[in-house]
Unconditional design. Structure first.
Length: 760
């Protein structure tokens, strides 16, 4: 192993490695396949560039990002490291010169090509593949590796050629493979591994925890209020920033408002020419504009370290998109802000986008027949259609031009047609060429994987559910992000309260009945959505258990959101339901065992949100009244038993608090016992007492105790011991007689405590 620090300083002009960079580099140099899942600007490029310098032979980098390739090649050449590119930006003669040099390359010569950057489409060229077979390969790095996954929204068919390309190269070479991406979930990662057929590899996941970032979600639905809040943020927050909007129309609206209020602001969308975008981007980098209002076109390659805030004016489409876009802020490690101004009702817009992006089988077939209407079976003759999406939508059975674009993309994906943009036409009137490249077939002969199309639609709805959970469910935003991306390293060091997201900063307001709005409007909408899933099936208490925390098997088989309001007390969840009953959004049947059902108010309240908003004062007032009464009851109870309370709390001494700290670090009972050099029985006793004294919540206990076991314990205590408990051993013996030998003493202890608290 060479002195990597020396190479870092002398070749790359850098002082020190970022955390984990050296581990990754050593893994590659030791010829191990390597998967790197780290956010943008985490220093991923160095993890394959430095090994490429150390190792003999040629390093191949596969990337779909032309601008990123150019940037990296320019920097390598400035460091006197020879790098070349073969993609659509260079001429045929230049490509032939590079291929000729590669076919005769000797790495003993002065300044040979060390890095070759290629677009994945290059793998379709037989000439290119034949040349590469004769070249000695040191490393193949696949950037933006998520594009190989069918679960990624930007799946690229050309990436499917990579596996065959690697197999072909390995006939004459032995080299490690690297796959790198910034925002891949566990599902996408496994898909990458499977599709590259990697078997002996190491995974590196890190840096998703941006400790200098404050995450704020502000639920605002009215346009005037949202514009006013945006202006307020700009006026109160120093530094430059980016405001992301979901459409060009929204960009223009926000820009016009801010410009009228004397803000230094400009716009960035794909509707601009490349020269206009470059001019605007340079002005932003040079501080001629303080704020950019943009669509999601604006994020690639922005290396501006002093961006202090990123605002999402509309709901992001997925957590992956959100995280890529907000990564622009705070790259200088100074305090910065990620702010979302959206409402639960915005999710309906995203549902509309999904519906139009993933048309059904019948719609695709209807449009197929429209395209081939002038042909008999077996005919096509490379027919070209020159019409806008709007015209085709009007002429066909598919009436949405957005859906027309989605169908054309699907037909292109399966080799039925090809389409491209005619650059010579007028910029403001965009034509689309469509060329039929497959003969007309019967429906059964159209080779589209319909099941896969349905799975992709389900995946899109899943991603929407995740962004809803991140932004609107009551839980730590940072923890949710780290869990979503599987950043186990950062999760280990994250406390229960991160203190950098709005939920953790403000969650003590639930203990303060004077707060104007105890919960966000979205919490009421979440309750309505959950009741809709199980309309007219269960009573109030069952819904309270489900929303707060319930691992009952009947729930798990039907819905994964049984924990959605786990951070709230069971009382507060019940009051939420009661307030919706009071205002007529829910009703109870008049049966012997009443169940909850939705009223006619429900649908418009979710779709337009104003209906629910108009009742918010009454809903929040009911909650405040209930919380106030509960606070007074607790004060009265506290005054009555003040000495007992103090006595109980005194017992939770330092040894209990040490156990509490380790438990909140997600350590198991065995791990805590080993760490503290105590028996597991002692630690179990600590956990039970911590729960009894209110230092742990019911939801905490249910993470280590099985709900079914607790119910069985309660049943035995009520029936066999008449609620009177003498010794735990008697209860344990009776449970074993009944066949419940897997129930632990800890579960018996906490069940007794739950019964005393009336939480089971």
């Amino acid at each position: 192993m060479q002195n990597l620090e020396k190479i870092l300083k002398e070749v790359f002009k850098l002082k020190v490695f970022n955390e984990w960079q050296k581990d990754i580099i050593e893994n590659v140099i030791n010829q191990k396949d390597t998967l790197v899942f780290m956010p943008t600007w985490g220093g991923k490029s160095l993890t394959y560039q430095l090994p490429g310098v150390v190792l003999d032979w040629l390093t191949i980098v596969i990337s779909p990002l032309i601008s990123l390739m150019k940037d990296q090649i320019d920097k390598l050449n400035e460091l006197n490291i020879r790098a070349e590119v073969i993609n659509s930006t260079i001429s045929q003669s230049e490509q032939k010169m590079i291929l000729r040099e590669l076919s005769q390359i000797s790495f003993a010569d002065k300044n040979p090509i060390k890095f070759l950057y290629i677009a994945p489409e290059r793998l379709n060229s037989d000439e290119f593949l034949n040349v590469l077979q004769s070249v000695k390969i040191a490393l193949v790095a696949i950037d933006e590796a998520h594009c190989i996954s069918q679960w990624w929204h930007d799946f690229r068919p050309s990436y499917m050629k990579i596996k065959g390309f690697l197999e072909q190269l390995k006939q004459n070479n032995s080299f490690p493979v690297m796959a790198l991406t910034a925002t891949a979930t566990k599902k996408v990662r496994q898909d990458i591994i499977d599709r590259l057929k990697l078997t002996d590899y190491n995974i590196f996941t890190k840096w998703f925890d941006r400790k200098n970032i404050i995450i704020l979600v502000r639920e605002i639905s009215k346009k005037e209020e949202k514009l006013a809040k945006t202006l307020e943020i700009l006026q109160k927050t120093p530094g430059s920033g980016i405001i992301y909007c979901s459409s060009r129309k929204m960009v223009d609206e926000v820009y016009t408002f801010l410009k009228a209020n004397k803000e230094s602001v400009w716009v960035y969308t794909w509707a601009m020419t490349s020269d206009q975008r470059e001019f605007m981007q340079n002005n932003f980098m040079d501080w001629k504009y303080r704020v950019i209002v943009a669509t999601n076109a604006f994020w690639m390659w922005i290396d501006k370290k002093d961006i202090r805030f990123v605002i999402h004016y509309n709901l992001p489409g997925s957590i992956e998109n959100y995280y890529q876009e907000v990564w622009r802020a705070g790259r200088d490690s100074k305090k910065s802000f990620w702010i979302v101004l959206a409402s639960y009702g915005d999710t309906k817009i995203q549902e509309f986008f999904i519906e139009n992006t993933y048309p059904g089988k019948s719609e695709i077939l209807d449009f197929y027949h429209y395209l081939y209407k002038d042909f008999m079976l077996g005919e096509w003759r490379w027919h070209q259609i020159l019409k806008t999406y709007a015209v085709m939508a009007g002429e066909s059975w598919v009436k949405s031009d957005m859906k027309v674009g989605s169908i054309l993309k699907i037909l292109e994906k399966y080799g039925i047609l090809s389409k491209w943009f005619d650059q010579d036409t007028d910029e403001w009137f965009r034509w689309r060429w469509v060329t039929l490249i497959q003969e007309k077939r019967k429906d059964t002969g159209i080779l589209i994987d319909w099941q896969k199309q349905e799975l992709l639609e389900q995946e899109a709805y899943y991603k929407l559910e995740q962004i809803k959970k991140l932004l609107f469910y009551p839980s730590c935003r940072k923890r949710f992000i780290l869990e979503y991306f599987g950043d186990e390293e950062d999760l280990v060091t994250l406390w229960d309260n991160c203190w950098v997201c709005d939920y953790c900063i403000e969650k003590d307001k639930f203990d303060n009945w004077k707060t104007k709005n105890l919960v966000n409007l979205s919490v009421f909408e979440i309750v309505l959505d959950v009741v809709k899933k199980f309309d007219r099936r269960f009573g109030v208490q069952v819904f309270v258990d489900f929303l707060q925390w319930n691992r009952d098997k009947k729930w798990l088989s039907e819905d994964k959101d049984y924990w959605v309001l786990a951070e709230y007390s069971g009382e507060l969840v019940q009051w939420l339901i009661e307030s919706l009953l009071m205002q007529g959004f829910l009703e109870k049947t008049s049966w012997m065992y009443p169940v909850l059902s939705l009223t006619d108010k429900w649908s418009p309240s979710i779709k337009r949100e104003q209906v629910l908003k108009s009742h918010e004062h009454e809903l929040q007032s009911y909650l405040a009244m209930k919380v106030k009464d509960n606070v007074f009851k607790k004060i009265k109870k506290w005054l009555k038993g003040i000495w007992e309370k103090i006595s109980s709390k005194i017992k939770v001494d330092n040894t209990y608090l040490e156990t509490l700290k380790l438990f909140q670090e997600w350590k198991s009972v065995k791990e805590i016992a080993k760490n503290r050099e105590m028996s597991t029985t002692t630690i179990e006793w600590h956990i039970s007492k911590l729960y009894e004294n209110g230092d742990l919540l019911r939801s905490d206990i249910l993470k280590i105790a099985d709900i079914d076991n607790l119910k069985n314990i309660k049943k035995v205590i009520d029936s066999d011991f008449s609620g009177q408990i003498d010794k735990l051993r008697f209860i344990k013996d009776r449970l074993e007689e009944l066949g419940f030998s897997n129930i632990s003493y800890l579960e018996i202890k906490v069940c007794i405590a739950m019964m005393e608290k009336k939480e089971i």
